[in-house]
Ligand binder design. Structure first.
Ligand SMILES: NC(=O)c1ccc[n+]([C@@H]2O[C@H](COP(=O)([O-])OP(=O)(O)OC[C@H]3O[C@@H](n4cnc5c(N)ncnc54)[C@H](OP(=O)(O)O)[C@@H]3O)[C@@H](O)[C@H]2O)c1
Length: 243
């Protein structure tokens, strides 16, 4: 069985990935900032955890060391991110830089710190990042998150080439999925009904729509997939059923 480090392992999607991997019998280590939330997921899944901020390089190194028991990791998942929606005119440099640091630089640092352990995996190791459907398709008020997640997709392609064949790297690009991160957008039933109707599959995403694909991309079952950004999005990114 494998050993996996999940950044954002106390969040909506990260915790679902942790549950899925631990159900499959893998050893899971979580990293995020809030100890109480990490403890709750750890109790449920049997995971170990490190309280760490992905924006602090020392903390990232510490979490990687503690996550890699015996110095070995089979997979790394960076399920940390932001949804900062504002028209371009209202975006500040701090907004744009903050989104870039959390989504792209944070992912890059987590990968850099985990690389020695991933290289020691017995077979192929795997990295999973998260993008959004708002990179390949334009949405109003999404400039900052689209730039940050566009950088994540660039990282998938660049490192897919650089780390092959030992380490695979892919991203999932979800559409709106019910998690704490999306709660501002999913709190109002008439708004969510309207957004759900824009999806060919007529509903919003749930974390358990994302976790099976995440587990697949992290594990050996996807051993011939690297450098890909895969939509898990109710058909929103590619299909049009009306008009
Ligand atoms: N939900 C959606 O609709 C949606 C759509 C497209 C893409 N995504 C992407 O999917 C991924 C997972 O999102 P989610 O919806 O599961 O978010 P979430 O429920 O808010 O979970 C985020 C996780 O990241 C942790 N985190 C946040 N800032 C951190 C930091 N500075 N250092 C360490 N950990 C930090 C949070 O814990 P602490 O706050 O305790 O640190 C939490 O565990 C993200 O990359 C997101 O951008 C989500």
């Amino acid at each position: 069985m494998g050993r996996y480090l999940i950044w954002g392992g106390s969040g909506g999607i990260g915790a679902a990935v942790a549950r899925r991997l631990s159900t499959e019998g893998h050893a899971v280590h979580l990293a995020a900032r809030d100890a109480a939330k990490l403890e709750a997921v750890a109790r449920e899944t049997g995971a170990t955890f490190t309280v760490a901020d992905a924006l602090e390089p020392d903390a990232v190194r510490r979490a990687s060391e503690q996550g890699a028991a015996g110095g070995v990791l089979d997979g790394l998942c960076y399920a940390v991110g932001s949804i900062n929606l504002k028209p371009a005119q209202r975006l500040t440099d701090a907004d744009v830089e903050g989104d870039f640091r959390l989504n792209a630089l944070g992912a890059f640092r987590a990968i850099q710190a985990a690389l020695p352990a991933l290289k020691k995996a017995e077979g192929t190791a795997s990295i999973l990042l998260f993008s959004t459907i708002a990179v390949a398709q334009g949405f109003t008020a999404h400039a900052s998150v689209a730039m940050a997640k566009g950088a994540v997709e660039g990282l998938v392609h660049a490192l897919g080439a650089e780390l092959a064949p030992k380490i695979r790297i892919n991203a999932i690009a979800p559409s709106l999925t019910r998690t704490p991160l999306a709660s501002a957008l999913t709190a109002n039933a008439s708004v969510t009904d309207a957004i759900a109707a824009l999806h060919p599959l007529q509903r919003l995403g749930e974390v358990d729509d994302i976790a099976p694909m995440a587990a697949l991309l992290l594990g050996p079952g996807s051993g011939w997939i690297t450098g890909q950004v895969i939509g898990v999005d109710g058909g929103r990114s590619t299909l049009r059923t009306k008009g």
